[in-house]
Structures are given as C-alpha cells and as structure tokens.
Design a protein around this ligand. Structure first.
Ligand code: NAP
Length: 315
C-alpha cells in the first residue's frame, strides 16, 4: 500500500513533537515520513542549552537534542525529508499534502508545525532585521560581542535568552511593558543577580532607529507618558509566539488565536488527522510537553490505522 509518496503516517514538522511522533510511529512499524519544514529540530534547535528536558542533568544543546531525536526516529525506520508542505486536502482519504517536491498521500497525518516568534510591529523593525534586530539569540548573539543589547519581553524566553546574550554583550537591558514579569522565579533571580543585566519596566519600544544598522530605540514610559531615546547595537525580540497553522485555516477547527483544536487524544475534528506541540498547545510549550503530545498523537494514529484495517478486513 505504501510507496515513497503514499504513506501510512505523514508528519508535518520536525521539532520535538514531530520527531517524537516519528519515533513512536516508526516503532509501530508504520514507516512514517517527516517533512521538516523550515527548521529541523524546531524552535528547540535554536535554543543554546535546554536545562529542563529530563535525562540531561547538565542540560543539552538544543540543536544536539534535535539531532538525537532525529537519529533515534530514523534508527527505527522513520524517513526525514527536507521538504516544505504548503497545502493540504482533507476532503477524502488518502489525505493529500502538496509540498515543494510534489504531492504526498497519507492514511493519517500528524501536524506538528510549531510556532514562530511574534513581531513587535514598530517602525524600523522589518528594515533592521538582520541589521541589529533579531529573534534568535543562539543564531545571532555572537555578532554582539562587547556591544550593548536590548531584550524586549517579560516571559521565560526574554530572561533565558537575555542571560545567554550576556556571554557576548557588554550589557543586556531587558525592557518590559508592565511592572511585573511572567518569567519563572529562578530565571528572574539569576538575571537580577547578573552584573551585565539591567531592567527597564513599564516601557514600550515605539521605533527601531538606524539607517543601515540599528543605533537606537525610541521608548515610551506607559505610566508617565515620557518619551526617550536609548542607544543600542542590538534588539532581541522575545514577546511570544504564534502557531504556524495558516495552511489549515478553514480545513480544521482552530481557536481564535490559530491553535488547532485537539481533544485529549490529540485528535482534530478530521478522523486520522492529529495535531501536537505548539501548533495545538497555547498553554505549556515545553520541549517535554511537545514531545509527549507527539508520542500521544502517534499512538492514537496507530490505533486509528489498526481500526481502519480491521474494518476493511471485516467488510
Ligand atoms: P510569553 O510567556 O507569552 O511572554 C511574552 C512576554 O512578552 C510577556 O511578558 C508579554 O508581556 C510580552 N509581550 C507580548 N506582546 C508584547 C508587545 N507587543 N510588546 C511588548 N511586550 C510584549 O512568551 P515566552 O517567553 O516566549 O514563553 C512562551 C512559553 O514558553 C511559556 O509557556 C514559557 O514558560 C515557555 N518557555 C519556557 C522556558 C523554560 O522553561 N526555560 C524557556 C522559554 C520559554 P505581558 O507580560 O505584559 O503580557
């Protein structure tokens, strides 16, 4: 029944959810195919060190963890394709997925397309991206050796990535729009004790300034209304994520924020189509929870395919 293009389980996305789903589906002898999309390893691969994935007491590099996930899934028979899906047809089985390399047909699909960073949407942000403005400390931190850097956001990502950038930058100033942070207590404590970290609260960035590279930010204090300019070489934006689910608009049930709706078995509203990880999870968004969701989706897909097979045998 299966060939290169007609598979039992097609997994869209190769982050922790997708590669865990691949491991479980491979061990169920379903020969899953994973389309990687843009980023093998997902967002986790862009994280320098992951300290809260069990089994790695000293922490593990994000890219390294992604490679280990991939290797383990491939060891049991998963096929990882560097291919990008851009259209789906769930109107009848086998479901059709159109990717850069052509069409795939699948008896079941696990969507693990993850999430992307939210933009600040201020003047200068787009023009200066890659010229001082960044969304990835692991990718770009090195370019800011002995430079002044601003991080915007008040969650775990802003604190964690801000601390990471202190390895390179001469100073890291964290700017947050409120007077309270969302970040966990341990990260906040570590950051507040770090000699290179500074904090500005109740303040928003209204413009990124610079012609060929970022030189300053325009700031506004939301309590006093006072406006000011802040000289900086870098701006790292960590203000949350939005799910990569545009492809499924109108094809699957989603929340108002674009997260795919799943039940406790990772089932979407289409039989045989599952979603896991950040595409379906607005709450936890951890490597371990995404991996768990991916495993659950694959177990459920396995049961679904077994039931379909039994149905066809018994007429
Ligand atoms: P987040 O928790 O949603 O925090 C986003 C932060 O950005 C908030 O402080 C928010 O401010 C601020 N913000 C949002 N829109 C903004 C705007 N337009 N202008 C200025 N500030 C804005 O996102 P996250 O930090 O990326 O974390 C996402 C999830 O991943 C969380 O569940 C987090 O726990 C998890 N995570 C965990 C770890 C870890 O465990 N080590 C590391 C990274 C991420 P308000 O507070 O005012 O809303």
């Amino acid at each position: 029944m299966t060939d290169n293009r007609h598979v039992k389980v097609l997994i869209l996305g190769a982050g922790p959810a997708g590669l865990s789903a691949a491991l479980y589906a491979a061990r169920a002898e379903l020969a899953p195919v994973v389309l990687t999309g843009m980023q093998l390893g997902g967002q986790a691969a862009l994280t320098h060190t992951i300290e809260n994935y069990p089994g790695f007491p000293e922490g593990v590099g994000g890219a390294q963890l992604g490679e280990l996930f991939q290797k383990q899934a491939e060891h049991f028979g998963a096929r990882v394709e560097f291919d990008m899906a851009h259209e789906v047809d769930f109107s009848h089985r086998p479901y059709k997925v159109t990717a850069d390399s052509g069409e795939y047909f699948a008896e079941s699909i696990i969507i693990t397309t993850g999430a992307s960073p939210v933009h600040l949407n201020v003047p200068g942000e787009v023009e200066l991206t890659g010229r001082g403005v960044s969304y990835c400390a692991t990718c770009d931190g090195w370019f800011f050796k002995d430079k002044k850097v601003v991080v915007v956001g008040g969650g775990d990502s802003a604190f964690e990535e801000g601390l990471f950038i202190t390895r390179y930058a001469s100073s890291v100033t964290l700017i947050h729009r409120r007077d309270e942070y969302r970040a966990g207590a341990i990260l906040q404590k570590r950051a507040k004790e770090h000699p290179k970290m500074n904090f500005i609260m109740n303040t928003v960035i209204t413009e990124a300034v610079g012609s060929d590279k970022l030189t300053a930010l325009k700031l506004k204090n939301v309590v006093t209304g006072e406006e000011s300019s802040f000289e900086t070489d870098g701006l790292f934006i960590f203000i949350g994520h939005t799910p990569n689910t545009q492809m499924f608009q109108g094809k699957l049930e989603m929340s108002d924020l674009g997260y795919i709706k799943v039940n406790d078995k990772m089932e979407t509203n289409i039989p045989g189509v599952y979603a896991a990880g950040e595409a379906a999870d607005p709450h936890f968004r951890q490597v371990v929870t995404s991996a768990g969701m991916g495993a659950a989706a694959a177990i459920q897909a396995t049961r679904y395919l077994e039931s379909q097979e039994a149905e066809s045998v018994h007429g």
